[in-house]
Design a protein around this ligand. Structure first.
Ligand SMILES: NC(=O)c1ccc[n+]([C@@H]2O[C@H](COP(=O)([O-])OP(=O)(O)OC[C@H]3O[C@@H](n4cnc5c(N)ncnc54)[C@H](O)[C@@H]3O)[C@@H](O)[C@H]2O)c1
Length: 267
């Protein structure tokens, strides 16, 4: 039995959007799928609307008659400031304005661990620490967490911000042994974020049940999120395939990994 009349999934042509399109299908009578890139044709119970997040009028129409939004759309790694500004800052503002004007009650926002990437790996942090972004990309996710808090405090739009670690089919480097989020656990976390009775404004980490942890994810448990996968399953294979890290390398010292060591994107 669908729990929503219509769910909007942005970034539906992307890696995580493609997974969630399939995994969230039973939750809504209609799943509205959107991206600026082509999305494969709508099946039963789906509608496809091509839209750029930077198009304010388009976003107003996109959020019409929607109960909740799963926002995966946006630039998903470091890029030029202009591109980040357009998709992740102006785009997010357009999304929340659409939600406000159309009375959408809840958003699940794909934030990122790169909003806190400059915390050292020796420290376990929870979701209440101040931002320490490691890139323009990370700054845009920190902005998204604050913008969504503003829209909750002022207009009551609920948001769960998911600080996603590394969401891939399997961990492929040593950092991911701590930061990995499996695709099935992503679907579990997004479902709980949509279905939990009251969430207000929350920030949680998107991580599987990994033995090695950078983050205390108690807040996610309060949503009813119970991860079922663990990066530990892959440890032997990952360690055999990757060199022993140099502990002085910033990419090893800080939680954001390679993003902390990379130079200015446009240089
Ligand atoms: N995959 C991960 O490990 C990971 C980690 C942390 C955060 N995230 C976040 O999760 C979300 C999904 O990640 P992904 O791996 O699927 O990325 P992806 O790049 O595969 O998908 C992002 C999608 O957003 C779309 N998009 C970008 N700018 C747009 C715009 N202006 N208008 C409309 N659509 C636009 C792209 O076309 C793309 O299809 C992103 O917001 C990303 O920042 C992902």
């Amino acid at each position: 039995m669908p729990r929503f009349e219509r769910l909007l999934l942005t970034g539906a042509a992307g890696a995580l959007g493609t997974e969630l399109r399939r995994d969230l299908a039973g939750l809504a009578r209609v799943m509205r799928l959107s991206d600026r890139e082509p999305v494969s044709p709508a099946k039963a119970g789906e509608e496809v609307v091509r839209c750029d997040l930077a198009d304010a009028d388009g976003m107003l129409a996109l959020t019409e008659d929607v109960d909740a939004v799963v926002h995966m759309g946006g630039v998903s790694r470091e890029n030029t400031f202009a591109n980040i500004l357009e998709s992740n800052i102006v785009g997010l503002y357009n999304l929340y304005e659409g939600c406000r004007k159309n009375g959408v009650g809840r958003v699940v926002f794909a934030s990122s661990n790169h909003a806190i990437g400059f915390y050292p790996r020796t420290r376990t942090i929870d979701a209440s620490v101040p931002h320490r972004p490691d890139s323009f990309y990370g700054v845009s996710k920190a902005f998204g967490e604050d913008l969504s808090r503003y829209y909750f405090d002022k207009y009551g739009i609920e948001t769960v911000c998911l600080r996603i670690g590394s969401c891939f089919p399997e961990p492929v480097d040593r950092r991911m042994l701590a930061t990995w989020l499996s695709y099935p656990d992503l679907a579990r976390l997004v479902s709980r974020s949509l279905l939990a009775p009251q969430v207000g404004h929350m920030v949680v980490y998107g991580m599987s049940d990994n033995l090695e942890k950078l983050w205390d994810n108690t807040m996610a448990s309060s949503l009813g999120y119970v991860p079922k996968d663990s990066a530990e399953t892959y440890r032997e294979r990952v360690e055999a395939a990757t060199p022993v890290p140099d502990p002085r390398d910033p990419a090893v010292r800080f939680q954001g990994g390679g993003f902390t060591a990379a130079g200015h994107f446009e240089d």
